[in-house]
Design a protein around this ligand. Structure first.
Ligand code: LP5
Ligand code: MN
Length: 247
């Protein structure tokens, strides 16, 4: 008889910028475990602290290529969807590292369930200043113009954007930087899913949602890798019991 499929690994918000940072080592250990037993690895954005283009992956981006590529080489597919820090990660880096780009929010089947995956920033619609910034930098024309600049300039712009963001976020109420309940409900309903997994807010939790009267759904929020972390593992068979959230 065939072995049941192994668990899926979900992670986000590692915020890599140097191979010397502790999170780089934790990620290598996690991927070594995933190589042995995962059915698939899903990276839900902000793998990197700031991605300015595939031509300038930086020390962490370079060092991670063989670590990522070892997974598909062992038969474990790796999927990446973009965060607000690494939305410029493209096909060239994906090919070098063996990752499959999802491009944005995606619905995947796990066992008997349909699960909506997203970074989570798109759910923070109360943060209108951020949503305006997001709309600008996700515009293909803006991205072409940005990527045409020399890497040194892009690095400086990213540094200034990070500084501006740090300043802006210290002045924002915490509730504004969390997901908007009505937006969560709208996404669950639009994609007709009972399960959602995202990161971004750095507030790990499992939430029971009620997208419509009498309808229950589950929202798993992944944590950031600020302390030793192994990602979030899900066994596909955990969805078979209707009494458990699976996530
Ligand atoms: O990232 P984090 O956790 O600090 O805060 C996010 C939102 N901020 C961002 C901005 C990124 O941190 C910037 C780094 C991007 C790296 C990619 C490089 C390529 C792009 C270069 C761009 C020029 O995503 C923050 C949210 C918070 O999450 C919670 O959800 O609140 O949003 C903001 O802080 C946005 C501000 O409110 C408004 C815009 C400030 C940025 C202005 C850019 C200035 C550019 C300077 C160059 C002239
Ligand atoms: Mn984020």
């Amino acid at each position: 008889m065939l072995d049941p499929p192994g668990p899926y690994l979900f992670l986000s918000d590692v915020h890599l910028e140097s191979p010397a940072q502790p999170a780089f080592g934790w990620l290598c250990e996690t991927f070594a475990a995933a190589r042995q037993r995962a059915a698939g690895v899903y990276i839900l954005g902000d793998l990197f602290e700031a991605w300015i283009g595939d031509d300038a992956p930086g020390a962490a981006g370079e060092a991670l290529i063989p670590v990522l590529a070892a997974l598909p080489a062992a038969g474990v597919p790796v999927y990446f969807l973009p965060g607000n820090r690494d939305f410029l990660l493209g096909e060239r880096y994906a090919v070098a590292s063996g990752m499959t780009l999802l491009g944005g929010p995606a619905v995947i089947p796990i066992g008997a369930a349909r699960v909506l995956l997203l970074h989570g920033d798109e759910l923070c619609t109360g943060d209108t200043a951020y949503q305006a910034f997001r709309a600008e930098v996700r515009d293909p024309a803006w991205q072409r113009a940005f990527l045409a600049r020399p890497a040194t300039e892009r690095l400086e712009l990213a540094r200034r954007a990070r500084d501006a963001s740090s300043l802006a976020t210290t002045g924002k109420p915490a509730a504004i930087m969390d997901v908007e309940p009505a937006t969560v409900a709208a996404w669950l309903t639009r994609h007709d899913v009972q399960y959602m997994i995202h990161g971004h807010t750095h507030r790990p939790a499992l939430h029971r949602e009620t997208p419509a009267p009498g309808v229950t759904a589950w929202r798993r929020v992944l944590g950031a890798w600020e302390k030793p972390a192994m990602g979030h593992w899900i066994r596909p068979e955990s969805f078979s019991d209707p009494q458990t959230p699976g996530l």
